[in-house]
Design a binder for this molecule. Sequence first.
Ligand code: AMP
Length: 418
Amino acid sequence: MSFASLGLIDQITRTLASLSYTTPTAVQAQAIPAVLAGRDVMAAAQTGTGKTAGFALPLLQRLVMDGVQVASNSARSLILVPTRELAEQVHESVRAYGAGLPLRTMVAYGGVSINPQMMRLRKGVDVLVATPGRLLDLQRQNAVRFDQVQTLVLDEADRMLDLGFSRDIDNLLALLPRRRQTLLFSATFSDPIRALATKLLVDPVSIEATPRNTTVKAIRQWIVPVDKKRKPDLFLHLLKRHGWPQVLAFVKTRKGVDQLVDLLDAKGIAADSIHGDKPQPARLRALDRFKAGEVRVLVATDVAARGLDIEELPVVVNVDLPIVAEDYVHRTGRTGRAGASGDAVSLVCADEVQQLAAIEALTQQALQRQEEAGFEPEHRVPQTNAAGQVVKKPKKPKKPKGTDRDAPVVQEDVRFRR
Ligand code: AMP
């Protein structure tokens, strides 16, 4: 199947050829004709399988073919994303896919000066990629109006609709024309979010390019049980033992991120970080240095879990498991992209067994356990089963008094009790 056969115009197919995109991916093959036909779409497809082009290519084509002039301080389409880094990346993709088309595009996110964004909006833009908070700020300052918006895209849609963003999104939706095209894309959709999402859509085309909430097969995944306090040492040990050229490491807290970077620095390993307390230019610089190979370990909170496309990233390490199971799918999906393979290793301590169970239930797999010699935990990580349930240890039968002085001591129990 070719891109042209999906109905894309020559200018766009030529651009795709120059990017060496020869064949549409599964989500692209299904989404492109539906979006071109003006339909609402809800699309679930695994991480790294080309969702961005799935919505961006037909969106760009529709904007060109409609030939409408954009008014000043207006936007004709909105692509909303949850993080600033992702906003940059999606905008870069939109620019690349739209090369040679007579369309104005721009990106707007918080943490940087609003004035240049306001200036750029004066002439109006055809595609505005934005994070919700900054977009609302711009609207409140009359820098942008939405009456010309014909298409709204929510990338990482389940994240955009969950609690953290729902207020901003509700406020934005109230400002948009009711007659519009709405496109929702993500690698994960929980059932409640799916139900909520369908309320935004009119007669949608539902696309499931792969089974729901699944991780990519080409990503080898395993967990290493370990005591909490030994995680940093285990991380260093694994880095050395496997000789990983580059690693994206996820840590639960901002403080934990800084501590791991300090430790890596002290060991002479080039490391940098991304988290919410860092100024935006420093966040982007860290990502750029990592992409350029100047940094061996990028340590991040979940702000880097979604969407980021880092070419040939070989390994993701969850130093801490994510609180929300869906984020596991997104984190691991930073590797194994565009058909490549990758490793995803999680360092799991006893406290995290419920999170582990939730991840296994969501992804419908039992993650393989691989203990590291010298790092066997004192606090055992309870077993989980394939359904993602914590397996309760059977209670020991009560001893009949004074009869079994010689009963064997089970090694695991001793460790568990300590
Ligand atoms: P995305 O899931 O949109 O972040 O895309 C993942 C990666 O796949 C990116 O590096 C894209 O450049 C690449 N990609 C997307 N679509 C195609 C395609 N049809 N052929 C080859 N590479 C693609």
